[in-house]
Write a protein of this length. Structure first.
Length: 163
């Protein structure tokens, strides 16, 4: 027998476990009484948010690569100095080491500004749309797609874990 969370069970962040997993009264497709247009619109908004998440990941990669580049260039300046090229080492240190990537900003500030002015707003709007229209259920479009594509009754085609 599978342990199914109680309807009022909460996750570590205070969210409904049943909503988080789709284990609620609307069934495995999660759509309940939502019309096709609403499901498609929620799916598009969710897809857009996923692209924002990917962009944020690339931004963090940019942040880490830029920081590593700055440290490596600093090591190059030290190596030039150790090799007796003090003037070149000083120029590299003065011009490149610690240089802003954008006017007044290092990469961490770019990431913070993106998070504050775009990423967090997109996530909030997507969550608000889900709460207003779908009772907070996530991935309603994808859950419907899974229901229509899986082979019912076949192993590894279950609607949910434990089915």
């Amino acid at each position: 027998m599978t342990d199914v969370p109680a309807p009022d069970a909460l996750d570590d962040h205070g969210g409904s476990v049943r909503h988080e997993t789709g284990e609620d009264a609307v069934g495995p497709d999660r759509r309940g009484d939502l019309d096709e247009g609403t499901v498609e619109a929620l799916g598009k908004l969710s897809e857009g948010m996923e692209f924002v998440e990917r962009a944020r990941g690339h931004l963090y990669a940019f942040h880490q690569l830029s920081g590593t580049a700055d440290l490596t260039i600093g090591q190059a300046a030290d190596a030039f100095r150790a090799a007796g090229h003090d003037e070149l080492a000083d120029e590299i240190s003065d011009v490149l080491v610690g240089r802003d990537l954008l006017e007044g900003r290092w990469s961490f500030q770019i990431v913070e500004e993106y998070d504050d002015t775009y990423w967090s707003v997109v996530r909030d709007q997507e969550r608000r749309a889900r709460e207003q229209l779908a009772g907070g259920r996530r991935h309603v479009f994808e859950a419907g797609m899974k229901e229509s594509r899986r082979t019912h009754g076949r192993r590894h085609h279950e609607a949910r874990p434990g089915d």
